[in-house]
Design a protein around this ligand. Structure first.
Ligand SMILES: [Zn+2]
Length: 77
């Protein structure tokens, strides 16, 4: 998927924030906190990055659950 280069609503550049935002969310930080740290205050811009990161959250959640299950199964054996 393509990272959001600019906010569709207000035109603020977001592309330079995307890599850090994506990396920190993938490491488990709440997206809202990362956006605060990055200084993304307008709701239109936050919504842009939130939408783009939904996919990553689903993937990392899947990996977390899968890893947990594998550990449990390993303990049983
Ligand atoms: Zn915006």
């Amino acid at each position: 998927m393509l990272p959001p280069v600019r906010c569709f609503t207000c035109g603020a550049p977001l592309g330079h924030l995307w890599e850090e935002f994506k990396r920190r969310v993938a490491q488990g930080e709440p997206p809202s906190k990362v956006l605060d740290d990055l200084g993304v205050k307008r709701y239109c811009c936050r919504r842009m990055l939130f939408t783009a990161v939904t996919y990553i959250e689903e993937v990392s959640l899947y990996h977390t659950l899968r890893a947990r299950r594998l550990r449990v199964e390993g303990g049983v054996q």
